[in-house]
Ligand binder design. Structure first.
Ligand code: UDX
Ligand code: ADP
Length: 459
């Protein structure tokens, strides 16, 4: 079959895989190929055991795979055939050298740019999909224009705003699609070509165009704003615990102001995920590199409060369990960084588990999707850790339960049955405020919500 356009995506991860699956499903006239250097990942994308868990994704993949959606390890063939190349490789925080712990590690991204130059033999549009520091497109242009073949690459920034666990929904019904380009004739034309792809299913007023740098920076700023809301409410949760105010009531009252809005105001054990911390660190690093230290300090505080919130949660567990948890069995309910994903990157569960093990607790980790990743995250730590997907079995003989992830199934558990199987006094620390605390208290638990008065049976 002859396709109208050949679209390639380099990087078959959490962003590239779902995004391309939806583009292929919605644009049957385009051939969409996703390539990755990782053979195991590609093998799984070609099976029904996808490498990432994302509700609804398998159906979308199946609807297009083999028709106009292909997964392959052949990066070179992919580059040669493509009209449009989305670059969706990983850009983690640098762990070495200058800017370690702050700046983005751009080695995978730069390698990709060199590969494109080496193998492309005609002009193409290159789309930055990975989150990148502002003005990265300039560097990409420099590398790409260095070719001796007289071909032109137009660089576009099209940051991805999808959220894990609802990626398919976010892609099918995005709040907006942002397309940044050079404000030249060829830049605008390339932006229109990318817009035309999304126009197959996204309303025209939701497709926003901007200059390249605004598009790049918007992604960092959007994540910084979202994370800032969580750190703000988490900071308030600490104050609530001192004043008998209730953080959920405050979220509701404050979020009812239409200027503020109700979302992303749930107090938690801390935000996790591959984006928030990385992107804020990146923003901080960029600000410092322009000598904007006050601006950098402002954003850095969002991360500081997030670390404080995780530490506070652990300190509370230890304090309330009579200042020692040596040999006590504690169940972490959930390990993923949020519900509906198996992803554990930057999950507060990693920090909490590490600290509880340092205090020599016996841990049982329970999660419906994330145990495979949890094992990798906790490998090498000293101490006793068990992994048990069934929350009922996990809780037998436990002294405490700490809710780390807001999985829906945890709201529906039979806590009377769980309480009966636990050692007494039994403790419950709700790091997500998802459970019915009064009901748990009546069952017999000593309950410690976040930002709300504790409910204990101790005199
Ligand atoms: C985020 C952005 O939402 C998305 O637009 C961007 O493309 C990638 O980064 P993601 O990391 O998948 O998405 O998850 P998100 O839903 O934003 O949650 C991030 C963290 O914040 C999770 O740990 C979540 O549990 C936590 N959170 C979220 C809270 O603690 N409280 C809230 O009210 C909302
Ligand atoms: P994200 O969450 O941004 O999607 P992931 O780490 O899940 O990030 O995915 C990035 C993918 O990019 C990985 O599967 C990795 O193997 C792939 N990748 C990195 N560098 C290259 C490259 N030069 N060519 C092809 N794939 C690459």
């Amino acid at each position: 079959m002859k396709f109208a356009k050949n679209i390639l995506c380099i990087g078959a991860g959490y962003v590239g895989g779902p995004t391309m699956a939806v583009i292929a499903a919605k644009c049957p006239g385009c051939k969409v190929t996703v390539v990755d250097v990782n053979e195991e990942r590609i093998r799984r994308w070609n099976s029904d055991d996808l490498p990432i868990f994302e509700p609804g994704l398998l159906d979308v993949v199946r609807s297009a795979r083999g028709r106009n959606l292909f997964f392959s390890n052949d990066v070179v063939a992919g580059i040669k055939a493509a009209d449009i190349i989305f670059v969706s490789v990983n850009t983690p925080t640098k762990t070495f050298g200058h800017g370690a712990g702050m700046a983005s590690d751009l080695q995978y991204w730069e390698k990709t740019a060199h590969e494109i130059v080496a193998h492309a033999d005609r002009s193409k549009i290159i789309v930055e999909k990975s989150t990148l520091p502002v003005r990265t497109a300039e560097a990409m242009e420099c590398i790409l224009q260095e070719n001796k073949k007289g071909i032109h690459f137009e660089v576009i920034s099209n940051p991805e705003f999808l959220s894990e666990g609802s990626a398919v929904m976010n892609l099918l019904e995005p709040d907006r699609v942002l397309i940044g380009s050079r404000q030249t004739e060829s830049g605008r034309k390339a932006a229109q070509e990318i817009a035309a792809i999304f126009a197959h299913w996204v309303a025209a007023d939701k497709i926003i165009t901007s200059n390249l740098w605004s598009a790049e920076l918007s992604k960092l700023v959007a994540n910084a704003f979202l994370a800032q809301r969580i750190s703000s409410i988490n900071a308030v949760s600490a104050l609530c615990e001192k004043t008998d105010a209730d953080v959920a009531e405050i979220s509701f009252a404050v979020g009812s102001d239409t200027r503020i809005g109700p979302r992303f105001l749930n107090a938690s054990v801390g935000f996790g995920g591959s984006c928030f911390k990385k992107d804020i660190l990146n923003l901080v690093y960029i600000c410092r590199s322009y000598d904007l230290n006050e601006v950098a300090d402002y954003w850095q505080a969002v991360i500081k409060i997030n670390e404080y919130q995780q530490e506070r949660f652990v300190r509370k567990i230890i304090k309330e369990m009579f200042n020692t948890i040596v040999g006590k069995k504690i169940v972490l309910l959930g390990f993923a960084f949020k519900a509906n994903t198996g992803d554990t990157r930057e999950s507060p569960g990693i920090f909490v588990a590490g600290k509880l093990l340092e205090e020599r607790a016996q841990l049982v980790i329970s999660d419906p999707q994330a145990l495979e990743n949890a094992r990798k995250d906790l490998a090498g730590l000293d101490g006793s850790v068990e992994y048990e997907p069934d929350p009922y079995r996990a809780a037998v003989d436990a002294q405490a339960i700490a809710v780390i992830t807001e999985w829906d199934i945890y709201r529906k558990l039979d806590f009377a049955k769980i309480f009966a199987s636990m050692r007494k006094p039994a403790f419950l620390f709700d790091g997500r405020n998802i459970l019915d605390h009064q009901k748990l208290f009546k069952i017999g638990f000593n309950v410690f919500p976040l930002g709300k008065p504790s409910l204990t049976h101790f005199k």
